[in-house]
Design a protein around this ligand. Structure first.
Ligand code: NAD
Length: 249
């Protein structure tokens, strides 16, 4: 990676008025959470039917056993990495205004980011499928399967999007509004395969935003949408970019 490209990206961030971050599973890989797709991805090891909404309602106990193993016993212990921390630092200093994430791991918030739109929900919250009461994961006993609502006895469901469900309305509206109004979008670690989230960078581009992308591999955006491609891992690349932005300001 040439310093020239990093300087160009830092200048673009410094010259922007409304920069937005759009992150995918790749930003959390260095926190030990594998992506869903590709080599080593979760779907190369597990059949995703345990998070298909109709299957979940038909076989709640079996699905919950898998959900607990993957999303709570394993993913629940992950900590933010250098990339999440750099994004939070840029937000704190006013260079990043909003963060849109496809991730459900809460690591942007754990790193200190404040304005975060969770396009696919969050594992840390659970919701009763019968009465709508919501819970924090700390307050739910996952030893009894499936976990049920303490008020009405209804089945609890993690508050992230299962296959077959729609995007939460607030997150959808905030994310597309941010994509339409930003003048810079920093895409970190996403293939651009998952609709409708995949439309956010193209929406930003159509509205005139400069697109910076960080990814060790090319994505669906790299050739047609991205203006500055920083090829590399999120942790080191975001640290270098944030350092340049802060030092050059
Ligand atoms: P994806 O699994 O389709 O793609 C991951 C992307 O990350 C790839 O482009 C890959 O090249 C890149 N990548 C891998 N290592 C990286 C690194 N160290 N630094 C930067 N980039 C790296 O992910 P997706 O496009 O985000 O879509 C999958 C969906 O699955 C998401 O919408 C998300 O909801 C969900 N998901 C979330 C998590 C999480 O919360 N951490 C984990 C897996 C999947």
């Amino acid at each position: 990676m040439s310093d020239e490209l990093l300087n160009k990206a830092a200048d673009a961030v410094l010259g922007s008025v409304h920069a937005v971050v759009f992150s995918g599973a790749g930003i959390s890989v260095e926190s030990g959470i594998p992506p869903f797709r590709g080599q080593g991805g979760l779907w190369s090891k597990y059949d995703p039917s345990f998070i298909e909404i109709n299957n979940f309602y038909k076989h709640p106990k079996e699905c919950w056993i898998q959900i607990k193993k993957i999303f709570y016993d394993f993913m629940g212990t992950a900590k933010p990495n250098a990339a999440h921390l750099a994004v939070a630092e840029l937000e704190k200093r006013g260079y990043v205004k909003e963060v849109i994430t496809q991730n459900i791991d809460n690591l942007h918030q754990d790193a200190g980011s404040r304005t975060v739109y969770e396009f696919h929900g969050n594992t840390k919250r659970l919701i009763c499928t019968k009465c709508g009461k919501d819970y924090f994961i700390e307050d739910v006993n996952l030893e009894n399967m499936p976990p049920c609502c303490s008020s009405c006895g209804g089945l609890l469901k993690p508050d992230f999007i299962f296959f077959g469900e729609g995007i939460p309305q607030d997150a959808y509206q905030n994310s597309f509004r941010a994509a339409e109004s930003c003048d810079l979008m920093l895409i970190i670690g996403t293939t651009g395969e998952v609709m409708p989230a995949s439309m956010l960078p193209t929406t930003a581009k159509r509205h005139g935003a400069t697109i910076i992308e960080i990814n060790p591999e090319s994505s669906n955006y790299t050739n047609d949408t991205t203006d500055i491609f920083l090829k590399g891992k999120a942790g080191s690349m975001m640290s270098k970019l944030a350092e340049k932005v802060i030092n050059n300001s």
